[in-house]
Design a protein around this ligand. Structure first.
Ligand code: SAH
Length: 166
């Protein structure tokens, strides 16, 4: 058998239509987390990420995600949620809540906004009120919740698995 050869910059998988998943973040503590999410969004073919507050991107972490993905910055989260809802995006909170769907069995709408919470507080009650659905990722041990960028990556992965053609 031929040895495996590492292919740098292997061409991406083509998608047939632009993705209609938007990643929306509550104000985050860490620009590292946001930058990490931009890289994942870029690789997943997701073109819009909304952040709140006053973030700055670590180019060394986001890599080409920083150019590939349109980063929209708003002061606070709730006006963004209102706007996206008016644009017909169901709001899917990625959070551990009562009544949350399990990521393993949840069918994402193709057009959706995936909303991530703050590292410390998660999605607040006020923010959760806006959600059309919540989805949680099963946790099997301490510390009982994932890092926010890791959660976003797991959910983006699952979304792409459900919509491999875009
Ligand atoms: N609830 C956490 C704090 C938030 S973790 C705690 O008790 O410490 C930061 C964000 O990551 C959350 O708001 C959510 O968007 C996401 N997250 C973390 N673990 C998750 C899980 N198991 N399921 C869904 N989202 C999760």
């Amino acid at each position: 058998m031929e040895p495996f050869e590492h292919l740098r910059h292997k061409p991406p998988t083509a998608i047939e239509r632009p993705r209609e998943l938007i990643i929306v973040c509550a104000p985050l503590r860490s620009n590292v987390n946001l930058s990490n999410m931009l890289r994942t969004a870029g690789c997943c073919g997701i073109s819009r990420v909304v952040a709140c507050g006053n973030p700055s991107i670590h180019k060394s972490i986001a890599r080409d995600g920083a150019e590939q993905v349109q980063l929209e910055v708003h002061r606070t989260l709730e006006p963004v949620l209102k706007e996206l809802k008016a644009e017909g995006y169901p709001l899917i909170g990625l959070e551990q809540t009562t009544g949350a769907h399990n990521l393993h069995t949840y069918s994402f709408p193709r057009k959706a906004a995936l909303v991530l919470g703050n590292e410390r507080t998660g999605l607040t009650e006020d923010q959760l009120r806006w959600m059309d659905a919540c989805v949680e990722i099963p946790v099997y041990g301490l510390p009982f919740s994932y890092n926010v960028a890791t959660s976003a990556a797991l959910a983006m992965y699952e979304y792409c698995r459900q919509y491999p053609q875009g």
